[in-house]
Design a protein around this ligand. Sequence first.
Ligand code: SAM
Length: 235
Amino acid sequence: MADKLLKMDDEDVKRAYARWAPVYDKTFGKVADAGRMAAVECINQFDGSVLEVGVGTGMSLPHYKTSLEITGIDLSVDMLDIARKRVKDQKLCHVAAIEEMDAGDMAIEDNAFETVVAMYVMTVVPDPMQVMKELARVCKVGGEVIVVNHFSQKHGLRGLAEKAMARFGDKLGWRPEFPVETILVCDDLQVIETVSLRPFGLFTMMRFKKVDLAKSNVICDEDEVKNTKAGLRVA
Ligand SMILES: C[S@@+](CC[C@H](N)C(=O)[O-])C[C@H]1O[C@@H](n2cnc3c(N)ncnc32)[C@H](O)[C@@H]1O
C-alpha cells in the first residue's frame, strides 16, 4: 500500500503549508468546516484531554468545550504561528499547548490522551501508516481516535479525477489518491462509526475505539491456542 502512495517528505509538507498558511482559513479551511465541526461536536461529548494532530491554523480550537484540555501539534511553523495567535487573541484557556512536532514521531508518552483527533491530515503526512500507529500509541485504552479525511474512490468520475490530480500532489500538499485501507493498520483500533460528511460526501469521519488487545481477546480451547502465534485470537 505504501508504495502506491505519492511520496512526500517533511520538507514538501512544510513548503506547501508555508504557501497555504496566509490563505488557508478562507480557502480549504472553509470548505473543510463541516467535517471539523462534526468531529468537535463528537469530542465535546467526552471529558479529559484531547490531542489534535495536524492542528494547522487552529480553526477548531474555539469550538471545543472549555472543560476539555486541548494540545495541538503540527509540522508547519507557518500554520502554528496562526494557531498561536488565535489562542492568544481569543484567550482560549482550554488550549494547554501548541507544539511543533512530527505526527509520525511524537514526543509524547504512550496512553497520554483520552481522545486523539486528526482532521484532514492523513492525506498530507509523509507516512500515513506510521502516523496512524502513533495516534493509537498516544491514545488511552478505552479512548477514541477520530480521523476526518478524504478517501479516494477506485471507480467512476471521481476516481478518474483523483487519478488525474494525483500527479500534482506535491504542489497541492495532499494526496488525491488515498484509499481508506491505508489507515486500517492498527489491531488495537476498532472502527466504531463511519460518517460520510458534507459537501457531497467528499470527506469521511471515522471513529475508532482503542482496545486492550490482551483483554479484549478471547482465549479459546487449548488446540486453538497452540495454533495461534500469540496464543490469542481477536474476539
Ligand atoms: C489540511 S491541513 C489541516 C489543518 C487542520 N487540521 C484543519 O482542520 O484545518 C493539514 C495539516 O497537517 C499538517 N501536517 C502535515 N504533515 C504533518 C506531520 N508529519 N506532523 C504534523 N503535522 C503535519 C500540515 O502542516 C497542515 O497544517
